[in-house]
Design a protein around this ligand. Structure first.
Ligand code: 6PG
Length: 466
């Protein structure tokens, strides 16, 4: 009997998705490459290790794997994003036939996805770019799935995607055909950028409580649990308090973890894409740069000797800190929703942001009550500040944000994401900015022209005194 679905790549995500599909009754072929000495019999071992994978067929030879699948073939690729995907597709392509489908489920760059789709299209092979969020647990028990590609590619994949998608709080599936081309991988990339700034904001609140408010890990965990029981509920808050409370015989585990944060490409790719098209993504920039600088550990250690840091008592309450945190999150979400809206418009994708909030309200890493609150609001909004309720909320929170940032500044505690959020808000609500001077400088040294107030459409080249 031929199998319904093939999965390539038996790393943590590939094997977890395979187990989820198997539990949901799909017949599977599993493939993992063979590398003598390091990766041998990987797929076979999994079929022996997990009860639900007993019926799955295991392969190390790609042609046998492909031949084991019913037609049109549906093959999920779950391998490290980048050249490995291209190499794999180059090997697979001659083995496939018109009408077959490749579902690329890694964290691919959306432009790579579009390039691969065009190449496969020449051979009439379907491809779906699938954003998958939720880590190992999501892959195993229900993930958030963002699909991009043609309606026919989606239709072939849909029955398989439905069975492994998480359920949203309203009982729907956390699965959406986002749009054509690389749109699925694009929104997954932006999801990760939101994730970066969400993580950074929690880390800053933690550091503020620990360093300036003198709270210990359990007390901080208690504060975060209370926040999680409120409108600030999120998966990331939930896991953070669990992390802070985790102890073993050597004490708190967090004390033994080096302060150097790793990263893959998606945060940086969002920033770069946004910057190339004029999207002011200061929130992911602040989170990303904090990670970059965290990796300069040796320099930080040396330079810390020369920096005097005063530590003075601060009179900030947990509630004021919570307001600064909430403010930061609203700005973070809207910055990225605006970016998606702008790209969707430019590329004709017609991404429905409310649907995206629904897909992100379950299964994925950034799931939170805020996404459910934003669901009815995001479509058609130019900016958060055009939503009256959000505008009033931000306005009410602003004094607390300033108080928290001032206290941190006084004590040389860098709260990069909270500051970035406040500066974004201040810039966006400033009627008259200093950009007139920047225009004039460009025109003075480079004859780039300026737009005058009374003729905003026409460039004027001013005869500056030289
Ligand atoms: C998810 C995550 C996942 C990502 C990790 C690590 O949605 O399940 O976003 O795709 O790979 O969170 O990302 P970084 O290594 O860039 O921090």
């Amino acid at each position: 009997m031929k199998k319904q679905l093939g999965i390539v790549g038996m790393g943590v995500m590939g094997r977890s998705l395979a187990r989820n599909w198997a539990k949901n009754g799909h017949s599977l072929s599993l493939y993992n490459r063979r590398i003598s000495g390091s990766e041998e019999g990987v797929a076979l071992a999994l079929t022996q290790q997990f009860e639900e994978l007993r019926q799955a067929a295991a392969y190390e030879e790609l042609s046998d794997f492909v031949a084991s699948l019913e037609q049109p073939r549906k093959i999920v690729l779950m391998v490290t994003a980048g050249p490995a995907v291209d190499e794999l597709i180059a090997e697979l392509r001659p083995l496939l036939q018109p009408g077959d489908l490749i579902i690329e489920a890694g964290n691919a760059h959306y432009l790579d996805t579009e390039r691969r789709m065009s190449m496969l299209n020449v051979h009439k092979i379907n491809m779906l770019g699938l954003g998958v969020s939720g880590g190992e647990q999501g892959a195993l028990n229900g993930a958030s799935l963002m699909a991009g590609g043609t309606p026919s590619a989606y239709a072939l994949a849909e029955p398989f995607l439905k069975s492994i998608a998480a359920k949203t709080p309203s009982g729907q599936l956390a699965l959406k055909h986002i749009g054509p081309g690389g749109s699925g991988h694009f929104v997954k990339m932006v999801h990760n950028a939101i994730e970066y700034a969400e993580m950074q904001a929690i880390a800053e609140a933690f550091e503020f409580m620990y360093t300036l408010m003198g709270l210990d890990y359990d007390a901080i965990a208690q504060v975060l649990e209370a926040w999680n029981g409120s409108s600030q509920q999120s998966y990331l808050l939930e896991i953070t308090s669990r992390i802070l409370r985790t102890k073993n015989e050597q004490g708190y585990v967090i004390d033994r973890i080096a302060d150097r944060a790793a990263y893959n490409q998606t945060g940086a790719a969002t920033l770069v894409e946004g910057a190339l098209w004029g999207a002011p993504l200061s929130m992911v920039a602040s989170a990303l740069f904090a990670r970059f600088i965290s990796n300069k550990k040796a320099q930080r250690q040396e330079l810390a000797q020369y920096a005097e840091r005063s530590l003075e008592a601060v009179s900030v309450s947990p509630d004021e800190l919570k307001q600064a945190y909430a403010f930061t999150r609203i700005i973070n979400h809207y910055q990225h929703f605006e970016m998606i809206a702008a790209f969707s418009e430019r590329l004709g994708w017609k991404v429905n942001l409310s649907d995206l909030c629904a897909v992100w309200s379950s299964g994925c890493i950034i799931r939170s009550t805020l996404l459910q609150q934003l669901m009815p609001k995001v479509n058609g909004q130019l900016s958060v500040l055009f939503d009256k309720a959000a505008r009033e909320e931000l306005f009410a929170q602003k004094p607390s944000v300033k108080k928290v940032i001032s206290a941190a500044m006084e004590n040389d505690l860098p709260l990069s994401s909270m500051q970035a959020a406040l500066i974004y808000y201040q810039q966006l609500t400033q009627e008259q900015s200093s950009a007139a001077l920047v225009q004039a400088q460009r025109d003075y040294f480079g004859a780039h022209g300026v737009y005058l107030k009374q003729s905003a459409e026409n460039l004027t080249f001013y005869p500056w005194p030289k």
